[in-house]
Design a protein around this ligand. Sequence first.
Ligand SMILES: [Mn+2]
Length: 259
Amino acid sequence: MDMKELFTRTNIICDDVCSLKDADVVVLGIPFDSTCVEVPGTRFGPNAIREEFRTHLNSFDPELGELRDVKLHDVGNVRVLHGNVPKTNERIFLAVKAVLEQNPSAKILTLGGEHSITYQVVRALYENGRFSYLCYDAHTDLWDKFNDMELSHACGNKRVMDLLKKVEVRGFRTGEKEVFDTARSLSKVKDPVYLSIDVDVFSDKVGCPVAGFMDFEDVWAGIKPRSLVAADVVEYNPMVGKDIRVAELVKRLILKLSK
Ligand SMILES: [Mn+2]
């Protein structure tokens, strides 16, 4: 499949400042939420984040610098097949591979969509180099199967763990005893890391809200010193309401990934 079959570019985060080949940071949206069991709508996350990014944010950050100086490219949204989990997963994998083929050193920032998409991005990046996996999530996402499905949003961290072994989850505060104990038993991972942020760690504008939240700036304080190979921001659900901290997080991640 070529880029036009894999991506739709009707809404992009900013006017492109450089081509895909020359970019340091590549933004990629995955508007998929077909395994969601609580509040559907995270499929609207990627475009909502872009819209809020363009509407509310200044391009300058006092600590991280100027966004206009970043060699940034938004490749658009993966053409997902709603309701078809296996085929969408395969397409996500191919889409990330297609980006890496044109720009092997690109730092990819993925906008979800539900959390099941993360595993496919990690799988595609995995052949490009070794890294650990750090996840912020109110849930452990360590189920082996959920609703009799291995590729559910609730199994994402488990699938990544099957592949990478080195996995750490932070901010989890709900779950069955079995998965909770597994999450607590995980060691701290070393850099470099793939960073996955489920927005439910600090927000209730999500697909599966959990009461009690980490402070947004505490989450950022944990991310700030890390060395990142790539990142994703998932589970934002603009159908529940707006939370512009998500776009703010995306802005900081773009600036950080560009360093
Ligand atoms: Mn979660």
